[in-house]
Write a protein that binds this ligand. Structure first.
Ligand SMILES: Cc1ncc(COP(=O)(O)O)c(C=O)c1O
Length: 461
């Protein structure tokens, strides 16, 4: 990419530090500048069209430029553009959203707490777990378990909880009391001859061993995504959640379901927890809560956790946790309208209708020489690229096969996301069958070009 002097790209390089970006590459190459979006498409400065195959960051469920959300925001902005929920005051629209979410939960939940991002929601949930156990006098029960390859956000507790070392290195993380149990990725970590069910049993035994090593009375909660999104769309092995939950229950360890990606129909049910039979005590959610058109996130807590927090706040004088924009009325209005659209347009039925085609299209790459594993559920999936299909050996990371393929895919008009050499797909929930076919057709061309490039480097067959 050539960066023209005084262009938007040049000013971006000069003034803007990007999140999750190699700043050296950004200085040398500049950004792709997007100027507008419509439906599942976005357009760059030159007017080139792209299918947004990852819904931005797994979030634009209703695509881009949904007029009803524009109206909802404008209406609320005219009526009551801001009011805090601190103390005993609250914008009416925030109450409406809290009630709707509690009623939508897959298991009985009691109250909703609002934040602005998934990271904040998970940090809030960590603090709630600590506060709750202090309230019960369980002052030693404080350690939190995450999973290798889990992603929970970038704030201090959430980044400590996740199992992706890149987000901790040189940030002096993780903080104390954060533990990590195994990654349940059968293709990578299953042993030769081990069935998926036996692998799940081993994962549960490993969790039990970790708990015994640390002492069950020191473990407060386990945080987990139903499908591990940013770890590479890792779907759990059969019987995994049933076995893991048995261990947690035995030791009175809370389960926190991180529904930030899976929530709101992504896996073919309202919640990822329903797809995998999870019964969480706490749920965190963001992204598709508002179709990503306003920053808003929520933490749902069950009655038991609520009562602990309530009683302790009474004792201490206040629950001293809150954000200026907790339950921001404009964000709440957009989230509420998003939920109404989901219901009125029967988005869940639509997802269930198009998901089989999406998964078939993914599966059609299974025999490709570069594809080691095909993973997916609902409207989220990934293809893991490998150098050797038989041995499952991956490519040398210095080749950056995934990122290079993504760049080629841009040329073919589709935006996707690599997690190392796994290519992730997560189109807007509104995508039609024709658009799903088109997305994979564009990707197929990029994969063919990548194969040619690798052949020219004498790296792959
Ligand atoms: C499962 C999960 N949890 C939490 C987060 C953090 O959300 P945010 O980026 O809104 O802070 C993400 C972000 O991708 C996520 O995928």
């Amino acid at each position: 990419m050539t960066v023209m002097p005084n262009s938007t790209a040049a000013r971006d390089v000069a003034y803007h530090l990007h999140p999750y970006t190699n700043a050296v590459k950004q200085e040398a190459e500049g950004p792709l500048v997007l100027t507008r979006g419509k439906g599942i498409y976005v357009y760059d400065e030159e007017g080139k069209e792209y299918i947004e195959g990852l819904s931005g960051l797994w979030c634009t469920s209703l695509g881009f430029a949904e007029e009803r959300l524009v109206e909802a925001a404008a209406r609320q902005m005219r009526k009551l553009p801001y009011y805090p929920s601190f103390g005993q005051k609250v914008p009416d629209i925030t109450v409406e959203l809290a009630e709707r979410l509690v009623k939508l939960a897959p298991v009985p939940m009691s109250h909703a707490f609002f934040c602005n991002s998934g990271s904040e929601a998970n940090d809030t949930a960590v603090k709630m777990v600590w506060y709750y156990n202090n309230a019960l006098g369980r002052t030693a029960k404080k350690k939190i378990i995450g999973r290798v390859k889990g992603y929970h956000g970038v704030t201090v507790a959430a980044a400590s909880l996740m199992g992706l070392p890149a987000f901790q290195k040189d940030f002096d993380l993780p903080i104390a009391n954060m533990l990590h149990t195994d990654c349940p990725h059968y293709y990578r970590f299953g042993q030769p001859g081990e069935s998926e069910e036996d692998f799940a049993t081993r994962m549960a035994e490993s969790l039990e061993a970790l708990i015994q090593l640390e002492g069950p009375d020191t473990i407060a909660a386990m945080f987990a995504e139903p499908v591990m999104g940013a770890g590479g769309v890792l779907t759990p092995p059969k019987t995994y959640w049933e076995k893991i939950q048995k261990v947690l229950k035995k030791h009175d360890i809370l389960l926190v379901a991180d529904e930030v990606i899976c929530g709101f129909m992504r896996t073919g049910n309202q919640w990822g927890s329903q797809t995998y039979g999870m019964k969480p005590d706490i749920m965190t959610m963001a992204k598709q809560l508002s179709a990503a058109q306003m920053p808003i996130a929520a933490v749902l807590i069950n009655q038991r956790v609520y009562e602990g927090i309530r009683d302790n706040s009474g004792k201490l004088g206040t629950f001293s946790h809150g954000i200026t924009y907790s339950g921001h009325p404009i964000a709440a209005a957009v989230a509420l309208e998003t939920q109404k659209i989901y219901e009125e347009r029967k988005i869940l039925d639509h997802v269930r209708a198009v998901a089989p085609l999406f998964l078939d299209e993914l599966q059609s790459f299974a025999d490709h020489p570069l594809v080691g594993e095909v993973r997916g559920v609902g409207l989220i999936g990934a293809l893991e690229l490998v150098k050797d299909k038989r041995t499952r050996e991956g490519f040398d990371p210095s080749l950056a096969v995934g990122p290079n393929l993504i760049r080629i895919a841009h040329d073919h008009g589709v935006i996707l996301r690599p997690v190392a050499d796994s290519i992730c797909f997560c189109p807007p929930l509104i995508c039609t069958e024709g658009q799903i076919r088109e997305m994979f057709a564009r990707f197929r061309k990029a994969l063919a070009e990548t194969q040619q490039w690798l052949k020219s480097q004498a790296v792959a067959a």
